[in-house]
Structures are given as C-alpha cells and as structure tokens.
Design a protein around this ligand. Structure first.
Ligand SMILES: Cc1ncc(COP(=O)(O)O)c(C=O)c1O
Length: 481
C-alpha cells in the first residue's frame, strides 16, 4: 500500500487511512452509508443530530431480529431454560461493555440503567453526601449531572462550579477546591453536549488526588471517541447506548469502580436487588454486586442487543470513527465560518472552539441577521426541517454552557424566569421577556458515523440560502438538493 499517512498537506490524522483496503476512509464511510444507512437517502434526510441520538446500522437490527426470532428469552434469574438464556445474555453483555471500555472486571462493575440520566441519578441518590462534603461540577455539565446538586444540597454538601473560558473550555485559572472532610464528588463531561469541547481526562486523576470520587459523564463522548478506563480511572462513568449505536433505546449503563460502588448507600430496595427481605422482622439485605442497583426486571431484550451494537463500533474502529468525525466537523466549522453577507459581515456566530483541536463532532451556533442580531433559533430549525435537515435548537439541557456562550445576564434572566408562571414556560416566552437583543438558545449540528460529504453540502446550501433570504428581507428557504 502506498504510504499516504503522514503527508504534511493533510490535516487529518494518519488513522484516517484504512490499511486493509488501501482506501481513504472517506470512501469507507461512503460505502458504509450506502450499505447500512440507506434509509437516510431513501427518505432524503440530512440527519445532523448525532449528539441527540446515534443511528443504528441496518446490520444491527437485522442480526438482533434474527436472534430474537430463533430464541426464547424469559425473565432472568430463574432456573428455567428461557430464563437461563436471558441471564447468560445479560452477563455476557456486561462483560462485553467492560471489555469495550478497557475496564478490568476485577476493578469495575456494569450496572444497566434506562439511560445516562438514570446512571447519574443512581450515583446522586446513593452518594454519602453529608455536612462537610463537597460536590464540584463544571458549568458545562448536563442537567442530569446538575440535578445531583439536589441530593448534595439536601444532605448539607457545599456545591461549587468550575468556570468556562470564552471558548467554553474549562478556565485555565480554575482551581479545583480540595475535597471536604466528608465524602466528596466531582462530576464533569468528557465531552460537552453543547460545544463539543473535550475536557481533559486528566481531571479524573487530578480530582481523585484531591480527595474526590469522580463521575465522568461520557454520554456525548463515548459514541465517537475511545474511552479506556485502564488509563482513565474514573469512579463512575455514565453512557447511553442509543447515543453510541442507535439501537436499542431505553438502555444505558453506569460503569463503576467496585471500591466506589460499595460506598454508595441505596435509598431503597426493589425486586432483583436483594438477597433477603422479611416483612416479619423488617430486615433486608441488598445483593453484593451491580444487580443491587438494577431495580426490577432488567431490559433483557434490549441488553441482548448491546453486544451487536458494540461489535458494529469495533468493526468500524473507534480511531477511524474519531478521525472521520474530526474531518466532518472541520467541514462544518468551515461552512459556518464562510457564510457572510455582501458587506463581509458574518452570518453565523459560533460558540465554542473554532478548530478541531480537543473537540468532538458537536458545533453550536446561531444565525445572525445583517444587522448583527441573532435570528431566533426556532426560525432556523423550522426552515431546516422544511428541507429535510435535522438540527437541534434550544439549550440542549446544558444551561451553564448556554449562559456563558450567550452571555445571559443573571439578574435579568432570573427576573424573566420568575415572571413566567409555572407550567407556562417556553424558551420563546423567556426570549420575549429578555428583549430583542438577547439570544436565548442556539442551534446545534452534530455529526456521526453515517455523516458523508453530501449531507454537509446540503447543509451548506441551506445556511447560505437562509442567510441570502435574510439579506433580501424574505423568508427564503433552500429547496431540497
Ligand atoms: C453529556 C450528556 N450527559 C447526559 C445526557 C443524558 O442522556 P440521557 O438522555 O440518555 O439520559 C446527555 C444527553 O444528551 C448528554 O449529552
């Protein structure tokens, strides 16, 4: 094979080349798209919301379907044949998840949950916060991490946030406070679901050395980047499988260091979690393993589909996925950076890093009017939808990054929030209250394994024509390309 890797004129990593087929990965991903994701093109979809959810490859559902057609699976944890198959599949899936994340089964356990939020909640509700505890977060955390503060505050822990800089990275000068004398927790996203920023994984060791147990929220990171827990010794890791490989939904996991898991104190017990319960004596004893965190019947049919999804990611290769996503993200950034009005002023404002260093495939932005005002994100989202393009609008459950990116004044925002009665809140009503100069919410484009150049060509045409329409003062909308 011609040695093309290492060419100084290419800004993509060496791993972008497929050594097996002597083809640049661009062709590999074009072929994969045709073979496994043809439904996108059949329906004329440009799907750019991979941080919302990944898409499954056809082979995953086909193989899972075939497997289910030919096996009888029953509720696990009994001795009957249908049950023992299900039990074995669940245990095999657990081992496979550990293997995928490079986690030593002696050190780590996998708890299956219904999504990443449920994994995070398990930690929050069970963590032994008390007076003297600290809960330290990044302003870039997802709502499902921020929500842990409710448990922390209720039990007397001190809650503090590490700030972001103007690129929405962790501020260089941010000091990680020492853990308190009580059990303390530090939580951060491996990758921001707002800006795509990859926060340094070295924070895990730094925080552990400072006395914290560490939650690494890998929900947005794991779908397109290799996470190796033999190198990143997080105590708790949250993931969602539909984000990683699209199918099944309703399934995530908490990967937990066993030494950290035993410190958690479950607030209740349920079917499946106990060795023994008595109504006469009032005693109960939880099981000693991960199952003590899995309330009720696990999603055993969904869990049976997990190894096929992991196998798909292995087949493509996480290094190749990362390189592909970096290439596509670079194009998205270029497209958005190049949209300008005739006077040369930008038609787009980007939030977060402008280049692909230490970031994943998520890009947040707003479209600007020729006078520099932000076009309400909903208008752009609807216009994109009208031409078959799925992008996401809003704050993406990441209020801290949105507040920083959009420079929302805290006092005014609080006043507006409090002026809207409970049950009547909407971002558009909030935006009206904040006034025409405030940007409330943003747009988010995210790329994934199935993304190909043609998607981005159509996206570019859409943004350019949308901006041209704004310049012409009409609600001009790009046609399907
Ligand atoms: C970084 C991050 N954490 C947590 C979550 C919550 O995931 P789920 O909706 O699967 O609970 C998401 C979802 O977008 C996310 O991006």
């Amino acid at each position: 094979m011609e040695k093309r890797a290492g060419n100084p004129h290419l800004s993509i990593p060496d791993t972008y080349f497929d050594p097996e087929r002597s083809l640049v990965s661009a062709q590999y991903f074009e072929d994969l798209r045709t073979r496994e994701f043809s439904r996108l093109d059949e329906g004329g979809h440009v799907y750019l919301d991979y941080t919302g959810s990944g898409l499954y490859a056809d082979c995953q559902v086909r193989d899972v379907d075939q497997f289910l057609e030919h096996h009888v699976l029953g509720n696990p944890h009994s001795e009957n044949p249908a049950s023992t198959i299900a039990t074995e599949l669940v245990e095999r899936a657990r081992a496979d998840v550990l293997d995928f994340f490079g986690a030593d089964p002696e050190e780590y356990a996998v708890v299956f949950t219904s999504n990443a939020s449920a994994a995070l909640k398990l930690v929050g509700e069970s963590f032994p916060f008390a007076d003297g505890s600290r809960f330290t977060l990044l302003r870039d955390d997802h709502n499902s991490v921020l929500g842990i503060r409710m448990y922390a505050q209720a039990r007397g822990a001190e809650v503090s946030y590490l700030p972001l800089d103007d690129e929405l990275r962790l501020d260089r000068d941010a000091e990680l406070p020492d853990a308190g004398p009580g059990s303390s927790l530090f939580a951060f996203p491996a990758q921001s679901n707002f800006s795509g920023v990859k926060h340094p994984l070295s924070l895990v060791t730094r925080a552990r050395d400072a006395g914290y147990r560490v939650v690494l929220d890998a929900a947005a990171y794991a779908p397109t980047s290799r996470l190796d827990l033999s190198e990143v010794p997080a105590d708790f890791v949250s993931v969602a499988f539909y984000k990683m490989f699209g199918y099944p939904t309703g399934l995530g996991a908490l990967l937990a260091r066993k030494e950290a898991l035993v410190e958690l104190v479950r607030p209740w017990f349920a079917g499946g979690t106990v060795e023994f319960v008595s109504t006469q004596t009032g005693v109960h004893r939880l099981r000693a393993d991960a199952e003590s965190f899995e309330d009720g019947t696990p999603n055993f049919l969904g869990i049976a589909a997990v190894p096929r999804g992991l196998a798909f990611l292995r087949e493509v290769g996480m290094e190749r996925v990362s390189a592909h996503v970096a290439g596509m993200t670079e194009r998205v950034l270029r497209i958005l950076g190049e949209v300008r009005y005739p006077d040369g002023s930008p038609a787009v404002v980007l939030y977060g890093p402008r280049d692909i260093a230490d970031r994943g495939g998520t890009v947040a932005f707003n479209v600007l009017d020729p006078d520099g005002r932000v076009v309400p994100f909903g208008e752009v989202e609807r216009a994109a939808a009208a031409v078959g393009i799925s992008v996401r609008g809003g704050c993406f459950c990441n209020p801290g990054a949105a507040e920083k990116a959009l420079d929302l004044p805290a006092a005014e925002a609080l006043e507006c929030f409090e002026s809207i009665p409970h049950g009547d809140f909407s971002l558009s009503r909030f935006a009206r209250c904040m006034g025409p100069d405030a940007a409330v919410g943003a747009l988010r484009v995210s790329v994934g394994i199935p993304t190909v150049g043609a998607d981005l060509t159509r996206f570019a045409a859409f943004v350019q024509e949308f901006a041209a329409g704004r310049a012409a003062g009409t609600a001009h909308v790009a046609g399907r390309g």
